[in-house]
Design a protein. Sequence first.
Length: 138
Amino acid sequence: MNERQFQFPSFPGGQGGQQFPSFPGGQVGQQFPPFPGGQQQGPGSQQAGMYPPGPPPTAVPQASPALLSGQPGTFAIDPGAIRPCLFRYVYIWLNNGQSFWAWLTFAGFRSVAGFRWNGFRWNYFGIDSNRIAYFVCS
C-alpha cells in the first residue's frame, strides 16, 4: 500500500479513520471535514461533526448598503475570516445572488463545509470559499 494516505471521514454510525491513497502533491495524513455523526477529524476540531441544534433563526439578516453596492462590508472572505463562525448559525450570500442559512463545521483555506438549511431540514454541503460574497454570524 502507498505510504502517502489520507484519513477517510466517518459516516453516520461509522468509525472513520479508514485510509485511502493520497493524490499527487497531497500531504500525508491530511484529513477531510467530518460528515454527520462523524468523529473528531483533526487538531482544533473538538466539535467536529456536530449537527445543528435546530432550525436557524426565522429572521433573515438584512444586507447592508455596503453589501449591495459591492463595497467591503460585514466580512471580507479570507481563510480565517469565517473560522469564528464555526458551530454557529451563519447567513451566507453567494456571488451568484443565492443566500441561505448554514451551520459550518469546517473552514479550510479554500473551502467551507457544514450544513445548509433548505427551508425544511439541514443538508450537508461544502463550497469553495471564493464563491462566498459575504456572510454574517448570528
